[in-house]
Design a protein. Structure first.
Length: 154
């Protein structure tokens, strides 16, 4: 019995590592699809693409950092709400609003940067394409979730 427990304890991190690798691969695949989707919808010339993508990549990296902070903050509230003091909860709620403002500041900053490299029409198409890609991705992921046999509803 003891040997089984040790074996399971040793193999568990390997399974978790496999899950992380699988998720990273899926994220990269989605990111590639997003790039193709945006490229197709914006109809960028090679010159526009050369100056646009570095700016866009900075923009998405900045937003990713904000979203990671938001997820961490939400997780702390969700998991610890019963043990947190009212003051600690208020701090986390305030942090949520601060992160919202930082996200808005990033969007404003990069909107000005996009204006330097794209026409207003292409900027409008960019924002529309991002929203459209998210909607289509969510629809596709919902469909995949419904098809999974190992998915258990609560």
């Amino acid at each position: 019995m003891h040997a089984k427990t040790i074996l399971i304890a040793m193999l568990c991190p390997l399974f978790m590592l496999g899950q992380n690798i699988k998720m990273d691969k899926k994220r990269k695949q989605i990111e590639s699809q997003k790039i193709a989707f945006i490229t197709n919808h914006l109809e960028l010339t090679p010159e526009e693409a050369q100056v646009f993508w570095p700016v866009y990549n900075e923009y998405t990296a900045a937003l990713k950092n904000i979203n990671e902070g938001r997820r961490k903050n939400s997780k702390e509230i969700r998991e610890d709400i019963e043990s947190l003091s009212d003051k600690e909860i208020a701090k986390r709620i305030d942090n949520h609003i601060i992160l919202d403002q930082k996200e808005l500041d990033i969007k404003k900053k990069y909107h000005a940067e996009f204006k330097k490299v794209l026409s207003n029409k292409k900027i409008a198409k960019l924002y529309h394409s991002e929203d459209q890609f998210k909607r289509e991705l969510l629809k596709r992921l919902k469909g995949e979730k419904g098809k999974r046999t190992d998915y258990k509803r609560k």
